[in-house]
Design a protein around this ligand. Sequence first.
Ligand SMILES: Cc1ncc(COP(=O)(O)O)c(C=O)c1O
Length: 365
Amino acid sequence: MPYKIPQLIPYVGKEELENLKKVIANQWLTEGPFTEEFVSLIKDVTGAKYALPVTNGTMALFLAVLSLGIGPGDEVIVPDFTFIASATSVHFAGARPVFCDVTDDTFTIDTDKLEERITEKTKAIMPVHVYGQSADMAPVLQMARAHNLTVIEDAAQGFGVFYNNKHTGTLGDVGMISFFADKTITTGEGAVILTNREDVYERAKLIRNQGRSSSGVFIHPALGMNFRMTDLQSAIGVAQIKKFNEIKRLKSRNYALYRRELSGVKELKFLEEVSHSNLVPFRTNVLAEDKEDLCKHLEENGIQTRSFFFPLHRQPCFNFLGYREEEFPVSNRGFEQGLSLPVYCGLQKKDILNICSRIKEHYGY
Ligand SMILES: Cc1ncc(COP(=O)(O)O)c(C=O)c1O
């Protein structure tokens, strides 16, 4: 059944189309003028010293891990509650992802449980900024300093999200933001690596472009691959980044309406809004003890829901790591109770009121 209200519709239109036409007219499809402009705009928003466009967020994480020289024999601490790519990027670099439980306010890494995960093989901590808020970075950075570890920030969902006054992805040694179609701004597929460290930038730059300093040269001083973007993606990205304030305004307006309409529904719990971060709503994320039943009711009424992440320690592909379920009570609860409702820009007031009435009807209000 096609959904009456889908989980997501990207906010793209005539501005993106105009830019794409310019790329075609220009007949330069690989990284070119739009990529240069996109990178410059990203640096303006994030304040990062260096920004490198990348094929997608998964490859950006992989490149981030490689750019720190992390590989076989090393361990990287990753929150148990995240998208699979946070951990597979570590695995494919030859290192071992070590899972840590998360906090029940923002579902980001629980820094009280971090130290017990550190071994002599640990090389990095990877906080993940999920659902439009920042992880609590001060204790992460302090722990990293105390144990001589690097910090890789997965800010895939963190465009426009600041920890105190610093943009997510710029607080650690290296970070990344994804521009996949469901992200705050999108290029379809795409991502950017952020760093303030020149050595990390130089290494990432070499690896992303076949181990050479510029294209069109066939001597490769280093081993590398192709992680580059295209000017078609960047053309969309430039239009998107210029619309960011409007995107944030519309999503925040939609989110506020949900909060108002559902404030009396005691069966639902919204994720907490923490003081160390602003919120750029990624979805409308709530916890419900009867998540399965509620999702079924909404889906039967043409409203597309989405579950929270399936904990990494329970992923079939990570069985070989041998974790026990009781080590991750919060991450397990997130999956069991968490669901996302749509918050996309084009969502109408009547759609949100409809969703909220269906929820109230489900609980007999
Ligand atoms: C937390 C997190 N990390 C990494 C990624 C991977 O990004 P991409 O889909 O661009 O490969 C995503 C995207 O879904 C994500 O949500």
